[in-house]
Design a protein around this ligand. Sequence first.
Ligand code: ATP
Ligand code: MG
Length: 597
Amino acid sequence: MSDAKPHSAPEAAKPSNFLRTIIERDVAAGTYDQRPYGGTPGDAAHHAAGPTDPARVRLRFPPEPNGYLHVGHAKSICLNFGLARDFGGVCHLRFDDTNPEKEDQEYVDAIEEMVKWLGWDWNAFGTSHLYFASDYFDFMYRAAEHLIERGLAYVDEQSADEMRANRGDFNTPGKDSPYRARTPSENLARFREMRDGVHADGSMVLRAKIDMASPNINLRDPAIYRIRRATHHNTGDKWCIYPMYTYAHPIEDALERITHSICTLEFEDQRPFYDWLLERLAEGGLLSHPLPKQYEFGRLNLSYVITSKRKLKQLVDEGHVSGWDDPRMPTLAGMRRRGYTPSAIRKMADDSGASKTNIWLDYSVLDIAQRDDLDPQVPRAMAVIDPLPLKLTNWKDVFGSADHREPCQAPVHPHHPERGVRQFSLGPTLWIERDDFAEVPAKGFFRLFPGNKVRLKYGVVVECTGCEKDASGQITAVTATVVPDTKSGTPGADAIKVKGVITWVAAHEAVATELRLFDRLFTEPQPDAGGRDYLSVLNPNSKRVVQGYIEPSLADVPAETRVQFERHGYFITDRMDHRANQPVINRITGLKDGWSK
Ligand code: ATP
Ligand code: MG
């Protein structure tokens, strides 16, 4: 997929959804077959001069570069790029950067990186389809003058309050602005003054002239240009007027020859204006048919997660997390650092389909997809997360020397013998999990307690003899004796039956490791529901950092290496802080679902 070669046929066995059905229908009807395409975005004349578009459909993912992408965006990315791939089309990555104040190059770079990381590519048919809406400012301006000349737009000097009051509401029609009857030439002169910086920010706006009594409030002469003196990350100080989103977005789609413009439900009421604007510009010859069509689908929400860039930015700015890529963040950067795989995220996105209602997905769905993806792939290893020493007091008697090291091995992956074995060894002192020992065992506890025998996984059977304590009564070590001739893989291994098997790492070769154990960032499944202050439901225990030990096979693995620690779950070496021989490892998720408990 990462080469994003346009496929000529839909992938078989993809569950259908209403968007897929619409595109299937359009492709079958040949709706977009004879479109000329100028090879780059442009107006009607530009496209008319081009050959027939080799892409059967064009879609786009249009993020605003005002923050990092989150898991909700992943849904939209996979939907748009996936449909384009399946129908022999192209998906553009377009930065919707028409709002100068909040946008930044940092975000542009991070968004590109994450779309690629997810496995998608905007290069197709020999062209990079990476676009910036701000590159269309000249056309947008020209289109605005065109509307003015045709009496379809006017400059309004009412105050924002007056405009709001005169817009009316659901039950009351709006009132015409006193400026609504201005002539095209008056409007043109005023609009040019706006452009030339003659007027103050906010003193006037350009509005489309449609219908102040429309039942759809979005058609009551929506504002299409405003004055705002702000330096833009792409166009610098060239402009002091900027188009409104509702005006800019349809034009961006049309210039890029988008066929299906897929957006989330909140834009449904904007669709009549989308169509109105493009039809008017097509009548004027600035754009040409077939025009793009907007379709809306429900947002994806994940339990215990916030998906709003603004709110995520607050978590970062106020230091509630370590940054946009904090492994607890639902940003793609955070999920990557946490260890989630692109394929698991794509699977979750695919499985959640597309519907006409917003959906809430239980976080466990993502975790299950993650475990299903990792289990067949990642190597196994042993780690001790909450270490307690285990002293084997008869080591010298059994093996002849305190310095003896007993070699052990284990498969890299239990289902893939061809991947070989990991080598490690037993010695007289081991690290074991603190909770694998109980002085007084609870009912059903089969691990270490005085008098009980357990198997050290891949090693020998030991019999617990007791423990050592410090002055405060805290247990400082467990003691046990080796039961001779019980090593795994030898003929005597099964001579003694034990109920418990524990994991361990030998002290002489264990690698001390920083382990970062994450839990959900919020304690409530819908942290920001009903306008709740989501900061009030931050989970104080969402991150725990402990010092543990890992087996030597992992001593010098690179950053972003994933592994399953037996009995503990899936882990990844941290992409920022991990160093060879100074491992820093994040827990991705446990072996079982710990979210819906
Ligand atoms: P935010 O409110 O977090 O800023 P946004 O929708 O304003 O989100 P954009 O950068 O404008 O962010 O979004 C780019 C695209 O991603 C849009 O087409 C938007 O509809 C889509 N999108 C954003 N959030 C979700 C979501 N939770 N589920 C599905 N699609 C989403
Ligand atoms: Mg937005």
